[in-house]
Design a protein around this ligand. Structure first.
Ligand code: HEM
Length: 321
């Protein structure tokens, strides 16, 4: 019984992590990141005035953060007390540690006026928290499961880990594109400002890392630097996409239906993600498309965590919870 409640709590907390990623992305895209410049209150109030939508969205993100942190603490305590808990204990402690780091990064992004490096790290840490929680959830949900089919012992794991790292780099570059306001630096595709090979200039990046106190509510990069940041995300998308397609092909060639399903799902999410990325540019960044692109990045990571989970098991289970 305890195991069932533990699994449900893990699922709920993972969903909340995804919701936090999306509300964080909404704040970034609707320029509401500094709508509440003080912390933890908003202009000295716990609840903003009725008509201030930006302040409300910033505060809702904060309320959800508090709920999320409480859930993570409960999960850590739960795992300590359960018989099979110690199996998950270190992973959940790591989630708690990352959550504390995330709170600090959130605070820093306010005090450093949306510094792109901080905003990007904040996004990546959120993605790592979600992935870790999902991995613990999959392990907990498959405990006590009824085994049906034998899985072949195949060595997909190094490929999955490599794909996970590539997607993390892709997320870093995406977050950096967004937080540097370089999303529309190349409004055409596959060319950029009508050029096939525009000149690349990354000197602006070093300036960004210099730590000077600057207001980052608008771009601090010149046209060429913005193009470079934008193109880094585009080019690395090609490498990531080829690698993931290859991985999904490897998975779908395995004899078990569960691997084939996971491989097809991975390819589907990847293709959707590329379409959303292209639509971001061609439709000039509509909010639902940009949010969909962030959700797609999260789903890509979750699919890879699932594939990794499969490679660690020798049998296919039918989940009982
Ligand atoms: C291969 C998989 C891809 C992943 C995992 C990925 C991931 C991301 C992430 C995490 C962001 C930041 C979103 C945010 O700030 O909330 C982003 C932004 C962006 N991506 Fe991608 N991306 C991928 C492919 C592409 C492709 C193929 C294109 C277009 C050619 C593209 C175009 C963009 C643009 C224009 C932005 C900035 C949008 C914004 O301001 O939110 N992406 N990407």
């Amino acid at each position: 019984m305890l195991q069932i409640w533990f699994t449900r709590l893990l699922f709920t907390t993972s969903l909340l992590a995804l919701l936090l990623i999306l509300t964080g992305s909404y704040l970034r895209l609707s320029d509401a990141g500094l709508a509440c410049p003080d912390f933890p209150t908003c202009d000295g109030r716990l609840f903003p005035t009725d008509d201030d939508i930006q302040a409300w969205s910033a505060m809702i993100h904060r309320y959800l953060t508090v709920a999320f942190s409480l859930l993570v603490v409960s999960l850590v305590i739960f795992a300590e007390r359960m018989k099979s808990g110690p199996r998950y204990s270190w992973q959940l402690r790591l989630v708690l540690l990352l959550t504390l780091l995330q709170g600090w990064l959130g605070y820093l992004s306010l005090s450093m006026l949306l510094h792109p490096a901080v905003v990007t790290l904040h996004l990546l840490t959120a993605m790592l928290i979600l992935s870790l929680l999902w991995s613990v959830y999959l392990n907990a949900a498959s405990k006590g499961a009824i085994y049906s089919e034998r899985l072949p012992r195949i060595n997909l794991r190094p490929w999955v880990i490599m794909a996970f790292l590539l997607v993390c780099v892709q997320i870093l570059l995406g977050g950096f594109t967004s937080s540097n306001y370089a999303s529309l630096a190349c409004p055409d595709l596959p060319t950029c400002q009508q050029q096939w090979l525009p000149e690349i200039d990354f000197t602006g990046i070093y300036q960004l890392l210099s730590g000077e106190a600057i207001d980052y509510q608008s771009s601090q990069l010149n046209n060429q630097q913005s193009i470079s940041v934008h193109l880094a995300h585009r080019y690395s998308a090609v490498v990531t996409a080829v690698f993931i397609l290859f991985l999904s092909l490897l998975a779908t060639r395995k004899s078990t239906a569960i691997y084939r399903g996971a491989g097809l799902w991975l390819a589907f999410i990847l293709i959707l993600q590329i379409q959303l990325g292209v639509a971001n540019i061609l439709l000039l960044l509509p909010l639902p498309v940009a949010l969909g692109h962030t959700a797609g990045a999260s789903l890509l990571l979750l699919s890879l965590v699932y594939l990794h989970h499969l490679t660690r098991r020798s049998k296919v289970s039918i989940y009982t919870h």
